[in-house]
Design a protein. Structure first.
Length: 393
């Protein structure tokens, strides 16, 4: 961790500020992967020596995840990533044995995995309530209190928004859900660094995370399910994951997630401090040189490392593409919405004018970014914004 560690993006001379979309694989994981791929070739479900070796790796990683999240190891289920985990939490709860409730509550600013699954449940006759947010993108406890009834089977609110970095009051929201006998799920894919979860002592019943947001491999995630909660299967087949999620385990991905969790437990404060410093520096440099811009959710409690900035009079997609040509990688929002010409649904839910929302770019950081990159990128961003504004006159 730190400036002394060479990033592959640095070697390619790109400035990579899109870590909310995905992160580079950490040097520690890269160093160990060849050994894992060569030495752990057995199927974790096989009872021979090679299978047992692979099974130990899976269970060691499961314990690391449980230690980071403050839950029991048998409450950790490995999946293919955050989208599967979110879908399983919503769909599995709606179709759980004995569930007779018909209402789901979520928010207007959730990840598309949650929103798309919610729409699917609506098509099946379920009622879905989408909570609004205030101008900073915060879901208020009062808004949940006003609509929750004893027909609600699940409340699903993300911990940290992937576009703005806003941190929600999950403790208050989950308490309200439980008062009406509803379960509570949180998409914590962007929240693992900034929120210290202690699931055993919280009212969070299910939590999603993804390895590739934590410098692990793509294709591996987790859904935690509190003991005693029975949700329906999403994938059928063998008896993997305590009979809840079939399919041969993604051994390299699971291994990478275990290492990532241990790294976070060791270095969380330093990582957060570094990312917060870098995002703050970029915002300071840009706002001091460019007029008619807005740092979205600036007055809200935000995760370190995500800066969402709206540049008036500039098309965000055009700005992003021009920055890419100059070696700066950023995003106009969620990577899952790549190719969409519509403004961010998150910013629109916050009440931001469509024209301004369309001029928004997200810059997101990791511990492998440097101050030198921030200064260089700030120069490029300011020059590019001025150029595009002049072209639009």
């Amino acid at each position: 961790m730190g400036e002394e560690t060479s990033s592959p993006f640095q070697r390619m001379r790109s400035i990579y500020f899109d870590n909310a979309a995905t992160t580079q694989v950490s040097p520690g994981i890269l160093a160990e992967l060849p050994r894992v791929l060569q030495d752990c070739c057995g199927n974790p479900s096989s009872i021979h020596a090679e299978g047992r070796k692979s099974r130990k790796l899976v269970e060691d990683s499961r314990r690391s995840v449980s230690e980071l999240l403050g839950c029991r190891a048998n409450e950790v289920y490995f999946t293919s990533g955050g989208s599967e985990s979110d879908t399983w939490a919503l769909y599995g709860t709606a179709h759980a044995p004995g569930n007779h409730r018909r209402t789901l509550i979520t928010s207007q600013i959730e990840h598309k995995a949650v929103l798309s699954c919610s729409k699917r449940l609506e098509s099946e006759g379920y009622n879905v309530i989408y909570l609004p947010v205030d101008p900073n993108g915060v879901v208020s406890a009062d808004s949940l209190k006003r609509v929750i009834t004893e027909d609600v089977f699940l409340v699903s609110i993300m911990s940290v928004n992937n576009e703005t970095g806003v941190i929600q009051d999950i403790d208050a929201l989950s308490e309200i859900a439980h008062l009406k006998g509803a379960l509570f799920h949180t998409d914590a894919v962007q929240g693992i660094y900034d929120v210290e979860y202690k699931l055993a002592n919280s009212q969070i019943d299910m939590l999603s995370l993804s390895a590739h947001k934590l410098h692990g491999l793509k294709g591996c995630g987790v859904l935690t399910v509190r003991s005693g909660i029975d949700i329906s299967k999403l994938i059928y087949g063998g008896a993997q994951e305590q009979g809840k999620r079939a399919g041969t385990e993604n051994l390299p991905g699971i291994y990478s997630l275990g290492i990532a969790c241990r790294d976070i437990m060791t270095n969380r404060d330093a990582i957060n401090s570094r990312k917060r410093k870098l995002s703050g520096l970029l915002e300071e440099l840009i706002t001091s040189r460019i007029e008619d811009l807005t740092v979205n959710s600036a007055s809200a409690r935000r995760a370190g490392g995500i800066s969402n900035i709206s540049f008036r009079g500039v098309d965000g997609e055009a700005l992003m593409l021009n920055l890419d040509l100059k070696g700066v990688c950023a995003s106009t929002g969620s990577a899952c919405l790549s190719g969409s010409v519509d403004p961010s649904h998150v910013l629109m839910a916050m009440g931001i004018e469509k024209e301004i929302a369309a001029g928004s770019v997200r810059f997101s950081f990791s511990e492998y970014n440097t101050e030198e990159e921030v200064y260089t990128a700030a120069d490029i961003i300011c020059e590019t914004v001025k150029k595009l504004r002049n072209m639009n006159k």
